[in-house]
Design a protein around this ligand. Structure first.
Ligand code: SF4
Length: 556
């Protein structure tokens, strides 16, 4: 079974994702000569490509629907989840005889076209949009990951989240005698290998063995030739929902992806639950006791506003955060403006509760992102001007309240405030709809290193001075939690508080590139791994960067 990116390398590596000999027939998606260089796909919502905001982990999707065009349903589902990952996209389909995977670097719309989707026929599919949290942004690390099982069937898997015992799992894979070369370097690929490695167990039974051994955040969709599976970590850190089609079932990271394919929401996949869907219907088992700790940042920024998590609409939660922000940090001002688009609902809430008029002061050019064009120094200096343009007539002479979702390094806000002052604003009062981000996330969100987080080294007034705002107010942790309408005990707030709900362990290497460099088994000893001490969000192992995993582990 051959597939791959249109211009991908030859499929001569076992399980590289190009050659999947799981069925008797061979289908080749058409190859298209590429006329122009491919962009890197990062058409992100970052306002300054040089200083990215929080990066989402990934989006996952799965559908079991005989008689439907499952690849196209998955394509549209992934479209709705594009905000969760813009580095790579992929779809696996099965017609009952074989699993075919098609994936590439880039946006969903760049990776798939009508002809490719038309060649992906079957009755079940899984799909993925990727932002890399473990492993580099390479074709091999795009998902779905694929393995041929010990029984000779195919296994394609999609993962949202990040594991914190990846090094331990790599040793387990070695002990289990996982053969061949790790062409991919992700925790997701390891999980696929471990499930596929059981010679005597069905995939369902193997998953029940392997899933309890994973630690960290994982919302999974996976499949073999006949069955769609969905599983969620015992803490349910990342969202995963189950939906119903007239003739089938859908699972997706967010309810917005169910809406786009016309599926009705059934329920959330429960923390610690494994669901299997095939011609015998839906089966549910629990591989661990649920200890819910959903990511509170999904409500702040990560999830789409039209998604519902834990019964709470994300847009409504964001508006309520804005209302609370207005009560906690009032301002004497003439106009409330959002930093588009993620600051918009909270700005609406702030204006409503404060009585200060709401207006549009910044226009976002959504179609400028990182491209294959290398920016010159002059263009680089434009920074956020490539993305945002002030409405000078609106801003001139005004005292502004500017509402944004978070401050990571502070560079974006600093540039933004300079731009607003140059456009004639007489005062700029910044209000942030999350508490100060002081700690790295190990469960699938790439903020920055601890050393880079501006709120880690400065108090609120220090950050205010650093970004040159007239005043600065963050919503309180209590205000944020109240707005989600979830009990505090069921939420992860670690990036604000440093209280990590899933133990990080002392022997793990917590870094995005934890598996890079090890390439082939056997695995280096754990002692070496301990020497990797920095978690920079971009590069592990830098002894020069303070903070990071080790710091998080040794903090008082
Ligand atoms: S550390 Fe922050 S971003 Fe990460 S899961 Fe917890 S709340 Fe979400």
């Amino acid at each position: 079974m051959t597939h791959g990116r249109p211009d991908g390398p030859s499929g001569d590596r076992p399980n590289s994702g190009h050659l999947h000999p799981t069925g008797p027939r061979e289908r080749r998606p058409r190859r298209y000569p590429r006329q122009v260089p491919r962009g890197d796909g990062r058409l992100t919502h970052d306002l300054d490509p040089q200083s990215p905001g929080p990066q989402d982990a990934c989006g996952v999707f799965g559908v079991w629907a005989p008689g439907e065009e499952v690849a196209k349903l998955t394509y549209f589902g992934l479209y709705a989840l594009q905000h969760r990952g813009q580095e790579a996209a992929g779809i696996a389909v099965s017609d009952g005889a074989s699993v075919v995977v098609y994936k590439d670097l880039g946006l969903v719309s760049q990776v798939f076209d009508e002809a490719t989707l038309g060649s992906l026929r079957g009755h079940l599919a899984v799909g993925h949009t990727r932002y890399s949290t473990t492993g580099a942004s390479t074709w091999e690390n795009a998902q779905p990951t694929f393995r041929t099982t010990a029984a000779g069937t195919g296994l394609a898997l999609c993962h949202n989240g990040n594991l914190v015992n990846t090094a331990e799992l790599a040793v387990m894979a070695a002990d289990a005698g996982v053969s061949g070369v790790f062409s991919a370097t992700t925790d997701s690929d390891l999980v696929t290998s471990l499930i596929a490695a059981h010679p005597d167990l069905s995939i369902e039974a193997a998953a029940m063995e392997v899933l309890p051994q994973l630690r960290g955040a994982f919302s999974l969709t996976f499949m073999d030739e006949d069955t769609l599976y969905a599983a969620r970590d015992p803490q349910g850190v990342r969202p995963l929902v189950l939906g119903r089609l007239e003739r089938g079932w859908v699972v997706a990271s967010e309810t917005a992806a169910l809406d786009i394919v016309g599926a009705s929401v059934v329920r959330e996949v429960e923390p610690g639950e494994l669901i299997a869907i095939d011609e015998n219907g839906l089966r549910s088992q629990h591989f661990a006791v649920a200890e819910p700790k959903g990511c509170v940042f999904e409500y702040v920024y990560l999830a789409r506003p039209d998604t519902t998590i834990g019964g709470r609409g994300v847009h409504a939660a964001r508006v309520e955060i804005g209302r609370r922000l207005a009560k906690e940090h009032p301002a004497e001002a003439d106009l409330v403006i959002p930093v588009p688009e993620s600051g918009t609902p909270a700005a609406v809430g702030y204006a409503e509760a404060s009585g200060i008029p709401y207006g549009l002061g910044l226009v976002k050019n959504s179609y400028v992102g990182r491209t294959f064009i290398q920016p010159s120094q002059t263009i680089r200096q434009l920074g956020i001007r490539l993305k945002l343009n002030p409405l000078r007539d609106v801003i001139r002479g005004k005292r502004l309240v500017v509402v944004d979702d978070s401050i990571v390094r502070g560079n974006t806000q600093r540039a933004l405030i300079r731009m607003l002052r140059e456009a004639g604003a007489v005062e700029v009062h910044v209000r942030i709809s999350s508490p100060p981000v002081k700690w790295p996330c190990f469960y699938g969100i790439d903020f920055a290193s601890r050393a880079e987080l501006v709120a880690n080294g400065l108090d609120v007034d220090g950050v205010r001075a650093s970004i040159n705002a007239d005043s600065l107010g963050y919503v309180s942790e209590q205000g944020l939690i109240a707005a989600t309408e979830q009990p505090a005990s069921r939420l992860c707030t670690a990036c604000f508080t440093g209280r990590y709900p899933i133990s990080l362990g002392e022997s793990e290497v917590l870094g995005k590139y934890v598996l890079e460099g090890r390439g082939q088994l056997p695995i280096p000893v754990l002692e070496d791994q301990r020497s990797v001490s920095g978690w920079t969000g971009r590069q592990a192992g830098s002894a020069t960067v303070p903070g990071g995993a080790e710091d998080a582990l040794t903090r008082p």
